[in-house]
Every structure is written in structure tokens, then in C-alpha cells.
Design a protein around this ligand. Sequence first.
Ligand SMILES: [Fe+2]
Length: 395
Amino acid sequence: MHANQCEGIQRMSRVSGMLRMMKPIQLFDAASSTFTYVLFDQITRDALIIDPVDEQIERDLAVLREYGLKLVWTVETHAHADHITSAGKLAELAGAKTAAPLGCDIGTAGVQLAHGDTLSFGGEVLRALHTPGHTAGSMSLVWRHHVFTGDTLLIGGCGRTDFQSGSAKDLYHSITQVLFDLPDDTTVWPGHDYHGRHHSTIGVEKTHNERVAGKSEAEFIALMESLNLPKPRRIDEAVPANRMSGLRHDAGGMLLMEPRPAAGPHRGSYAGDVTPQLAWQWVQAGVAVLVDVRTDAEREWVGFVPGAVPVPWKQWPGMAMNPDFDAQVRQAAGGKKVVLLCRSGVRSIAAAKRATELGLEAYNILEGFEGDPDAHAHRGQHGGWRRHGLPWRQN
Ligand SMILES: [Fe+2]
């Protein structure tokens, strides 16, 4: 055999061996017994993380550095009740995009996954399967011959169904019809394990899972109803935080994720006020353009939002009006709604009014980039884009 041919065959067998061996990196949070998974493309180093835990963000960033990975996606299997996600922070610190199941009310996630949707990272693809039961929105995620089952299917068990829109009937269907429909040699990577186990297979769970193997739907429902489990310790804190991708906020829950009509003297003069979190959600979802109306100097010295379009309302020297504002804001909008950001939410109201006169759907971002000054006239401590942990950078 020719030397080149021989080398080619060796390379092919190395590659196919590598593909067979491709496994997720499995990480464990002992406090909540939660597994986090990092998957990546071996060549491009684009990575995806499933169910990251807030307290483990330094560990996860270290893993990304150690393997030389670029985090492209954070993905949740559901809105967790036992830990808080670091998805929002990873979006900020590592530049990842956020994805979550459509039915989980995680409004801050940039991509809302429906059954069958896929996410790409490098040449790799993750596929979402809607597997309701633990919660109504819960999903399992398939990558190559692996399935990440969240709290839908655990090793020898399954997630509880007695809170958070759970349903034993739905869970039985999800496990026996959707997950057990995967090939028997599919590796099962659960969201938790409390007994030191790491993974299983669909084939083993079909025959050995104590909750479902050989059980009828009625037997399964009766078993789930008899569990009488205690309420998760962190549910009241964790679920609302997870609906914001783990970005904690001061007040108001879901109201924060609705625009408020312009009120008082501004009534009717622009489309409304939005929180920084809602503005960022719209931008990530591609439905709005973020326009930064601060001066060039402010963006340079204080910091800027990646992807925002700079259209100063006024400029140094002398804070003169920007004569090109109208043309620039029209061009920035490109047919979408605009969310306007300034230092503390004053100039952005004036700019929103002007953009409205130009025929745009224009919203003011509350609190601005830096928020209100504190008692010592220092900004950045009371509200504002930066304080909420949303993405920003400095040159
Ligand atoms: Fe859960």
C-alpha cells in the first residue's frame, strides 16, 4: 500500500474513533446534586453548556479556558426549583446566547425552544425534545448518541411531578413514548443524581427504572402520588430567578418583562418604558435594535453595550444637538422597534419622543446605563444596565 494511502486510512480511523468517543464534560454541584454538561465541537472549539449552576460559574469558566472553548450557547432543560442558573452571567462574561424551553416562562432567554428545534455549535447540533411532566415546559436535549434528560428521566428514577405545573400522566408519556423511542444504546445523562452515579442508557432504563419499567400508566401515577416529598428548600427564590436566566432583580417579578406605557407629562409621546432586562431580551430575540444615545466620550470612558448602535442625542463640545440624529436613528431601526439607552434615562426619553415623531416604535430604557447616583453621587450602584448584570464592555 502506498504510504499516503496508509496515512489516509490511519487518519480516517483516528477520526472515526474520536467521533465514537465524543462525550460531554460532566460537572457536578454537590450542594444541589446537579449535573452541568459542556459539549463542544472538537475542531472549532465552539461549546454549549446545559443547566449551569450560579455558584459554579468560576469552575465553568475555568473549564472553558482549560479546554480552549468558546461558549456559544447556554441551554436550560427547565426552570429549576433547586438551584439558580448562571445563564445570564455566562451570556455576559463569555458572550453566549441563551436558550430555554418555550413553555418554561424564561422570558430573558434569547431563543425559546420548541419541540424539534436545533441549536448549532460549530459543526455540532443539539436537538430539543419536549418532555413535559416534571414541569409542563421541560425538555430533553439530544446530541449525537447522548440525551440530556434534566429532571424528566433520572438514573433508576424520574423527577417529581407534584409542583410547578407537573403531571405524572404527562411524565409517563414523555418517558415511555418520547425518550424510550430513542435507540437503546443512547447514553442518558440526567440532571441530578443523589447516589454517585453518572450516566445510564435508554436500554437499561427501559428494563430497570424502578418508577417506570414494567409499570402501567395508572400504576405510575399512583406511585408518583404516594411520594409525599418535602418542598424544595430554594423553590421560592430559585424559580423567579431562573425565569430571568438567573439575573436577580430588585422588584416586581413578571411586570418587569412588560413595557409600561409612557405616563404623566410624557403620556402618548413615545411607545413606553422598558426595563434593561426586557430591552436586552428583545435585542437577543432580534425584535428590537438597541440605540445608545450617549456621547462618544461617555461610551469611550464609561463602557458600551456590545451590538448597540451609537446615535448620540447631543455631543461634546457644549452638548450641542446631533444634527444627524433623525437620519441615523431611522437607519439604525431598519424596520424594527428601537430601545433607547442613555446614562440615567433622561436623554433617552427625549430621544424616544423624537424617534416617535419620525414614525418609529420607540421605547425608553429605564435607569439608563449607569442608574441613579447614590448618596455619594456615585453611579452604578442603584439600578442601571451594568448593575443588572447585562452585557457591557470597555475599550
Ligand atoms: Fe427540576
